[in-house]
Design a protein around this ligand. Structure first.
Ligand code: DOR
Ligand code: ZN
Length: 350
């Protein structure tokens, strides 16, 4: 049956290869939204203070599992926040003991809670060499932080100035360029086959910079890297629906309570966990590639990470417009759910 005529689709249970769960009240409120549909997720370490050591990652993992409602299954894949004083032996032990799956690189100052990130890449060289040796992936927030560089150019400049030299110095390092937002990044990943992949978020497949800025400022569409012009969004959709094994889903679902989004200096982050799979089904259906959704959301990620694909399945069924909450409540305040700007017809049966 041609993809355009499909009304049900059963795929392996998806995983989210880039997720913010936070801690405390927020963690308890948002975790079920991901665990409902996803089997595993790579958990971002940008807490305050950040998750730097194996011991901290193990304790955070325990807090996540304690927050998981009874009857739900979910496996958090932990990451370590790379600092200039990270100990290579601690990283090695965390990986070899199954505590951490990857290390996260934030250039210092690039985004929310990234002040402890990396300024001088020579200072983390021994950690990167260790990771290359043991096959541990580096998840990269790929934006330069130089205030002289236009915010819309920061990803492309990062590729040229930081990523290319870094991959030349440590060619055996497995790198995930996270939440890519530009055609430049898509091309770079497509042209460089060895040890390189990229995650793409749900929202960057749907919004461009007009959604944020035209007709009034929309703080709930503000995230980092910021959405770019339409041609870049189109390149991201083409990469996602292509089935190319180097592109996979990392939602970057990043909850902030509304008071922290709606202020003079609002936080970056879009909360897509509740409706991500329905949004993606719309995107893949519109591209005529619904059957490729499984590769993007369920197969390509585990393949790159060297993990088995899920043995479980979910079914997406097309029907009347989905009703979903505009906000979810937390004990700290409401969190607004991503509004794709169109009706969602695909209902998830997990
Ligand atoms: O929009 C974003 N929000 N981008 C990031 O890189 C961090 C994240 C957050 O933690 O809120
Ligand atoms: Zn993120």
């Amino acid at each position: 049956m041609p993809d355009k005529d499909l009304t049900t689709l059963t795929i392996r249970r998806p995983d989210d290869w880039h997720l913010h769960l936070r801690d405390g009240n927020m963690l308890r409120a948002v975790l079920p939204e991901t665990a409902r549909h996803f089997g595993r997720a790579i958990i971002m370490p940008n807490l305050v203070p950040p998750v730097v050591t194996a011991e901290q990652a193990s304790a955070y993992r325990d807090r996540i599992m304690a927050a998981l409602p009874d009857g739900m299954q979910f496996e958090p894949l932990m990451t370590l926040y790379l600092t200039e004083t990270t100990d290579p032996d601690d990283v090695r032990a965390a990986f070899e003991n199954g505590i951490a799956t990857a290390v996260k690189l934030y250039p210092a100052g690039a985004t929310t809670n990234s002040a402890s990130g990396v300024r001088d890449f020579e200072k983390v060289r021994s950690v990167l060499d260790t990771m290359a040796e043991i096959g541990m992936p580096l998840c990269v927030h790929g934006e330069v932080t130089d205030s002289n560089i236009d915010i819309f150019d920061r990803e492309a400049v990062f590729i040229d100035k930081i990523l290319k030299p870094l991959r030349k110095k440590v060619p055996d390092l497995k790198v995930v360029m996270e939440h890519v937002t530009t055609e430049d990044a898509v091309d770079y990943v497509r042209d460089n086959h060895k040890n390189l992949a990229a995650t793409i978020t749900t929202h960057h497949l749907i919004i461009n910079r007009n959604h944020i800025l035209a007709g009034g400022i929309k703080p709930h569409y503000y995230c980092l890297p910021v959405a770019k012009r339409e041609a870049h969004r189109v390149a991201l959709v083409q990469a996602a629906v292509s089935g190319d094994k180097r592109f996979f889903l990392g939602t970057d679902s990043a909850p902030h309570i509304d008071p922290n989004k709606l202020q003079t200096c609002g936080c970056a982050g879009i909360f897509t966990a509740p409706n991500t799979m329905s949004c993606l089904a719309e995107v893949f259906e519109a591209a005529g590639e619904l059957k490729k959704l499984e590769a993007f959301a369920s197969l390509n990620g585990p393949r790159f990470y060297g993990l088995p694909a899920s043995e479980q399945t979910i079914t997406l069924r097309k029907g009347d417009p989905l009703k979903y909450p505009t906000h979810i409540a937390t004990e700290d305040g409401p969190v607004t759910v991503f509004d794709p700007g169109f009706d969602l017809h695909w209902h998830v049966e997990a």
